[in-house]
Design a binder for this molecule. Structure first.
Ligand code: PAF
Length: 280
């Protein structure tokens, strides 16, 4: 495995590589969710490239960017175990030189949910993903369903700008008790870790209610708020029952829906979602 920190070195190397390249975009602090993406990329491509870059342009708050976990040595060990050929870990100066002035904005899909609570977040994500797709020219790029809105934004961008990469979305990986894996989980105290289970509980309750015939989305959102309200450490940012393609909030359930939520547990902001198919 080769670790490349210089984009100019990578630009020289890329034209010499042949065969399908699979890219796994990450901000490091790798967990089982990332490992699943790496293993899948390893299986499906001749060349597997892990991207590690904590992208300052997608953080609304400096404090959140500053405290994002950075554990490069451990990340490299895991990348090696998953059979990565290259780890691309550029510095911020090279990704965003002083005269950087080009941004990608996916207009509608970036607005609700995460976009409404994290100003400029998806502009930062779309811009850095566009840059890494240009640099690496992958056949496939692998993203987790945990960031459902991100996958929609990236797919829209790829479609709208005529990029040739296939966006592969892999299922959310959860701990045994249901907590969705996230690099941010590392910041939870044991008590907060327990409290954080309320996110999955609220989502599973929506699934059960929906499968029992509840079709009124305001009732479903109310059920999520009730469950979250019973956990004193949880501060709700939003709950949503939306169309899984457009993210428009639904009034009644007529087909598959994306139930999603963002909740602050102590100082840690967590998100999760379930795509639910109503039966019958
Ligand atoms: O999902 C992430 O870790 C980031 O948003 C991504 C896609 C690597 C862009 O910085």
């Amino acid at each position: 495995m080769q670790v490349i920190q210089s984009l100019s070195a990578w630009k020289e190397l890329r034209p010499q590589l042949t065969g399908a390249l699979g890219l796994i975009p990450t901000m490091g602090a790798l967990h089982e969710g990332h490992l699943a993406l790496m293993r899948r990329a390893r299986e499906e491509n001749e060349i597997a490239v892990l991207w590690i870059f904590v992208n300052p342009k997608q953080f609304a708050e400096d404090a959140d960017f500053g405290s994002y976990p950075r554990v490069m040595e451990e990340d490299l060990r895991l990348a090696g175990e998953c059979g990565m050929d290259y780890v691309l870990a550029p510095g911020a100066r090279e990704v965003y030189p002083e005269d950087f002035q080009t941004y990608v904005e996916v207009e509608q899909l970036s607005q609700p949910l995460e976009g409404a609570h994290r100003a400029g977040h998806f502009r930062g994500v779309a811009t850095v993903v566009a840059k890494m797709l240009c640099l690496t020219q992958p056949q496939r790029a692998y993203f987790g369903q945990k960031d459902a809105q991100q996958t929609l934004v990236v797919k829209r961008m790829v479609e709208d700008l005529g990029m040739l990469t296939e966006i592969v979305v892999c299922p959310t990986v959860r701990d045994q008790d249901g907590l969705a894996l996230s690099s941010r989980n590392a910041r939870l105290s044991p008590r907060e870790r327990k409290a954080a289970l309320v996110l999955y509980r609220a989502l599973k309750d929506v699934e059960t209610a929906l499968r029992c015939g509840e079709r009124d989305c305001e009732v479903l959102r109310g059920r999520m708020r009730d469950i979250l309200g019973r956990e004193p450490r949880a501060e709700v940012e939003y709950v949503s029952i939306a169309d899984p393609n457009t993210l428009a909030e639904c009034a009644t359930v007529a087909g598959p829906v994306l139930a999603s939520l963002a909740v602050q547990i102590g100082d840690t902001r967590l998100i999760d979602n379930l795509q639910i198919e109503p039966r019958g």
